[in-house]
Structures are given as C-alpha cells and as structure tokens.
Write a new protein. Structure first.
Length: 422
C-alpha cells in the first residue's frame, strides 16, 4: 500500500492512508468485483472527499472581497487556514480512538455534518469571530474524515483499495483546485462573496445523503486497536527531525494556500486570475505527487530527488519577490517542489522502519507534529504582512527555509536509518 502514499501531494492525507492500511481489518475477498452498490459507496466516498478542501481553498481567492466588509486584518484572516491545519495535526492522535468508541460510519457522518454546518454558517458571518469558529468546526470535521475514511476503504476494497484510494485522493485534490479556481468567478457571477464561500455546502449535503444510504454497509465494520502508539517515538531525536522536515514543507504549502491569491491581487491581478494561479499550483502538485516518488523509488537513497525539489521550491519563493510578473512560472515551480516533497518526506519516514506497524506509527507521529507546527505559518505570515505591508518578507523566509531543508535532507542517509532508532 505504499503506492497510495505517493498519490497525495495534498495536506493531511498521506499518513492516514498508510496507517489505516496497517491497523484496520478487512472483510472482503481478493476476488471481489464492483457491484452497483459498491459503485454507490465509491461515489459517496468521492463526494465526501470533494468536501474536504473548499473551506480552506476558498479563503485566499475571496479574501480581497471579504476584508473591506468584515474589516479583517491579514493576521485574523490567517486563522481561517491555520485552525483547520492545526486540527489535522491534533486529530491524528485521537480520531482512531473515536472510531473505536462510535464506529467509522458515525464518525464520518457527524464530521461531515460539522463541515456542512460550518460552511453554511459563513453566509451569515458578520466578523472575524464567526469565520474563526467556522474554521475550527470545519477543521475538526476534516481531521476526523481524513483519519477514518482510509480505513473504511481498506476494509471494504482490500486488493482494490489502491485504486479506490487513488480516486479518493484525486477527489480531495480536485476539490481544492476547483475551489481555488472557481471561487472568485462564482462571487463575481453571484455578486456576493458570501455565496461563493458558503455555497459549497451543496456538495456536503449531497455527500451526506449518499453516505447515509451506506449506513448498513459501514456501521458494523470492526475497528481494531493499533499495537504501537505514535507518541512512543517522541524519545528519538530522528523522529523529531523527520517531523520538523515534514512540518516545514507543510508550512510552505499552507502559506501559498492562504496568501498567494492575495499577494497577486496586490500585484494588480484580478481575483479571478489570482484564483486560477493557485489552481495551477495545485495541479502541478498533483503532477509532481505522481512523478517524484516514482523517480525516488529507483534508489534507496531519496536525497537527490529531494534536493532537486527543494531547489525548485527555493527558486519559486525567491522568484515571487524578484519577478512577480512571472507568476505562472513561480507557481509551477512551487507546485512541483512542494507537491513532490509531501509524499517523499513521509516515504523517507517509512524507510526508517522495517516493520509495517512501526512505519505507520512513525508516520503518524511525523504528520501529527508536522501539521501542528505548520498550522502557525499562515498566522506568522499574516502578522508579517500586517506589520510590513508586504508578503515579500514571508516569501524570502520560506526560500530560506527551503535552503535549511536542503541541509536537513543531506542527513537522510539510508545506511544509517536503523541506528537512529536504537
């Protein structure tokens, strides 16, 4: 199931796939085929996946329209990206326990209800507090779904799980790209940013209806306890190094998700064109998420590919400051760099452990700590923007972080992996 991890350059999904593969039981034979009922289940999972990114990806393109009416500072607006990512990090450590207590069906159902309610509530937002509360509720819902759904897929599809997981992850990425690309156009058509921000609730309602129809098929799936806890790796310095590496890569993603459209609106681009630029970046992440792990898999040493991706990332951030008029080029480089580093950072983490259960727990630790760290990067960048009246400092800091990551990546010598956890 390692191949599933390579499918996702999107935040929050990689660990859930790998860990769930290893800690959930299965209930179908290897000779299964897709029936009509199975296709309905797959459709419900795809629709649920489409709902997991609009609450975050719609903020950046619509922010220039929201700020005058709601009097949002950039620091306040950063919370709308920060809080869902923070929930993803913390949710990794307790979502599986909720599934043990209440079952996978109930967790996904009520988490989807939370996402729908938070999305709809944004239509009536009157200030920063309303939007912040909606971000917290949506973030918790996203964290629960992402932690539980991969286990459902593993249980229901066994040998065909890689295929279904690929569709699920593709739908998550598609949800982000479509939202970023279309949000500003929707606001212009509806003459209301509120409609464009909250209208994605329609997807959630349809997904909930289909998921409810799967109650009998899902609610009795057994959930088993993992043998090794992620926090057991906290005593190893290498585990913290891996978590820091993943977290800094995620910092780059969350900052471009939150601030790239706003930056280009300040450069004179329209909201629509800025949103399409973010959509391009996300599409390049998809491409790199497929290609980079394949290239790295040719050798046990992943460092050459990682260093190339980090050069692309550093060049992209520096280019945003040096020649912002070349936005298409820099967005493409950033998408290729960040999109490839997401799966590779977790593949390297899994390389450190020979036992599947240990690899799953280590990647859980890495991603839980990494997301928690990365959640604060949009807040810091927003504060810097309010203080300096420019995003340039943040972009240059992220370019410097890419250089720091290069130094960290050189330490990932596969010949030394086993010694780091003794």
């Amino acid at each position: 199931m390692l191949i599933c991890a390579t499918f996702s350059p999107c935040i929050g999904d990689l660990l859930c796939i790998r860990a769930a593969d290893l800690i959930y039981e299965t209930d179908m034979t290897e000779t299964q085929s897709f029936t009509a009922k199975t296709w309905i289940l797959i459709l419900s999972l795809v629709l649920i996946a489409l709902t997991l990114r609009p609450s975050m990806a719609s903020i950046g393109p619509l922010l220039p329209l929201m700020q005058p009416e709601l009097h949002l500072s950039f620091t306040q607006a950063s919370l709308l990206t920060m809080l869902p990512v923070l929930a993803m990090g913390l949710g990794i450590f307790f979502a599986h326990q909720l599934a043990l207590w209440f079952g996978s069906y109930q967790v996904v159902f009520w988490a989807s209800v939370a996402i729908a309610a938070a999305t709809a509530q944004r239509y009536w937002a009157v200030g920063a507090l309303d939007l912040t509360l909606s971000a917290i509720v949506a973030g918790l819902g996203i964290a629960m779904v992402q932690a539980v759904v991969p286990g459902v897929i593993k249980q229901k599809f066994t040998t065909k799980a890689p295929l279904v997981m690929g569709w699920y992850i593709s739908a998550i990425i598609a949800g982000a790209a479509l939202t970023a690309s279309l949000a500003a156009f929707w606001a212009d058509w509806a003459q209301s940013w509120r409609v464009a921000l909250s209208g994605w609730v329609v997807l959630s309602v349809v997904a909930l209806v289909l998921w409810f129809s799967q109650k009998n098929a899902i609610q009795n799936l057994p959930v088993v306890q993992s043998q090794q806890k992620p926090l057991s790796f906290a005593k190893y310095s290498r585990a913290w190094t891996l978590a820091l590496f993943f977290g800094l890569v995620t910092c780059a993603f969350t900052c471009v998700l939150a601030w790239l459209p706003a930056y280009y609106v300040e450069q004179g681009w329209s909201e629509q064109k800025s949103g399409l630029l973010l959509g391009l970046l996300l599409c390049m992440e998809v491409l790199s998420g497929f290609i980079s792990p394949w290239l790295a898999s040719r050798k046990a040493d992943r460092r050459p590919v990682m260093l190339v991706l980090l050069v692309l990332m550093a060049t992209g951030f520096a280019g945003l400051v040096a020649a912002p008029q070349l936005g298409l080029l820099w967005a493409s480089l950033l998408g290729l760099g960040i999109g490839g580093l997401f799966p590779l950072s977790l593949i390297v983490s899994m390389d450190h452990q020979h036992q599947p259960s240990s690899a799953a727990s280590l990647t859980a630790f890495v991603q839980g700590i990494g997301y928690t760290l990365a959640a604060f990067s949009p807040l810091i960048a927003g504060f810097i923007r309010d203080f300096s009246q420019s995003f340039s400092i943040s972009w240059l800091l992220l370019a410097a972080i890419a250089v720091l990551l290069m130094a960290m990546a050189t330490r990932f010598n596969p010949q030394q992996y086993s010694a780091k956890f003794q």
